[in-house]
Design a protein around this ligand. Sequence first.
Ligand code: MN
Length: 716
Amino acid sequence: MLRFNDIADRVLDYDPNADLELLQSAYVFSAKVHEGQERLSGEPYLVHPLEVAGILVDMRLDDVTIAAGMLHDTVEDTLASLEEIDQLFGEEVAFLVEGLTKISKVQFRSARARQAENFRKMLVAMSKDIRILLIKLADRIHNMRTLHFMETDKAQGIAHETLDIYVPLAHRLGVNWMKRELEDLAFRILQPELCGELERMLRGRHAERERYIEEVKGIVEGKLEEAGLSGEVTGRLKDLSSIHAKMTAQGLSLDQIYDVIAFRIVIEGEAEHVYAALGLMHATWPPVPGRFKDYVALPKPNGYKSLHTTVIGPYGERMELQIRTEEMHLHAELGIAAHWRYKGHGGREQDDEQFNWLRQLLERQRELDDPHEFLDTVKVDLFRDEVFVFTPRGDVLNLPRGSTALDFAYGIHSEVGDHCSGARVNGTMRPLAHVLESGDTVEVLNNPNQAPKKDWLEFVVSGKAKARIRHAVRLAENERSRELGRGILERELRKSGLSLNRLVESGELEPISGKLVKGGVEDLFAAVGYGRVAARSVAEALRPELAEPVEEPEARGRKLRDLFRRERKTGSGIRVDGHGDVMVRFGQCCSPLPGDEIIGFVTRGRGVTVHNRECRVAFELDKDRCIEVEWETETDIKRRIRIRVTSRDTPGLLAKVTKTISAAGINIGSARIDTHDDRTATQTFDLWVSDVRTLKAMMKEIQKIKGVQAVDRVRA
Ligand code: MN
């Protein structure tokens, strides 16, 4: 069993200023609270936290991380509380232990790859400090090392989980030794027979292999020395899992696999020395084409730097070489931990540097353009824009940060969201607006009578939920308008002796709908309900004989031309300087009416144009060409003018306005209704009016209609 003194000595080796008192008291506390507990191996439980601390020491991590490693299971598995940890060991240790406790409560199921990615993301999202992840990985390493004490089924489940979740994490954090070891331990548990066979075969050649390694080492070291380089050469048997992977991928038997040994040359010095060593190797043994990889110039996304090459070795066999500097080697083995380790007590500055390094790591990985890559994951950690929550079945849902229980319901299924009446979060009833945190388990309560509400939009954050609620609310509003419109139309048609039901059944209403609203009968009902189409106009469209003389735009144009012709032929109703038979046009800008103050303007070759005296065009006219004009006293010519009615957007209002206009003996040339978001409507009418007095009287009448806000004559 690892002793506290071993740990203390090793920590002092790399950090003479480490807080040994903190480590000592963490050790004593852990021993006390775990007292009486045993591991499956029969050893005292304390072995586990000590081994985990030992792994963290191997990675040369800081004293706080090591203390947290010794305490990582205390809150979860003993009577110790977080408050106690906080009081005894300080905020930072408590923060790390809290993170680990939260993670340990989560049941990470492996199973499906689709879920594995989400589990990894959740794990990272929950690890608010990268050290929590490193301690978790150390915990997993020791558990995997002792997994053979567990019954097979359970052990295999944990091995799968390790492959799905922890191996990719170790890889992406660049901690190579952890990745290798976890992969290898999982492989041994999942494929025990195959592993046994491979090991037996490899063992058979052990002595042969050792001789071979020594021989190659000798050659390489000699060459390096000749060139004035110094470095360390190691040859090691590759991991069973990678040998097996190679055999499977290339369809080879173990006899055919020559490169079961990987040689590593760690050079003292800088990158240039690494390239010099590579040149030496290629000069000694011919390189295999296409096998050279320069991860020094182009590091791997996780920051890995090294030169890789395969050469034809002394016996004509393929031989793999990795060449790197000491610094590159350190980073390859420790990955992100290399930046977290003790570097002297630099305080904040040091933290910033580590944070920056993590950021750079992420930026590099981002360039990979692989959506499944780690990037996305740590982005969550740094920028925290996602939460990961569980369904009761253990699936993970990925939601935007700030998501509520209702977002979760919509995340499951639109229908579930629509009928969501409540939610149980981690077993406790919560309101729909309850904001979720990573790791929460959410159970949705459904009520078939529940329907989406407009105010739900105030607290959902996911796009999916928003779109669905908006859609549902709009549908409901449409439904209400259709019902309303149907009722209005039914009453209006009855007045004309028509039955709406019969018209719908006979299909007679369909073409009318197409004409008025460019849609079906239901759309027509909705339009009437919203007040966009007057019920009266539907009746008139069905029975044109009921219609007031409404003119189509072309007909209106024709009428206008006729009018001018008539004016020229029979008199315009205007006397110009006392003469009644001068060719006269009316200004389109101001549409003067009998009774309006007017002025004439002589145009070349086109007679006299008559303007309202208040018309802005008239102000700019050349005074020399202006001429006095006046209305003929006896005239029945009607002039076209435009009025605008502003009102509340209430159904039936249009009908009242048109009725008032007709009652004044004024014909409507055309009408246009615009409804606005603020529930007001603008109705614009082109009218045929004989004089200003009639017009003003009619406008006064319209003003009296309930809901009408303003009536104006429109002049350009
Ligand atoms: Mn543990």
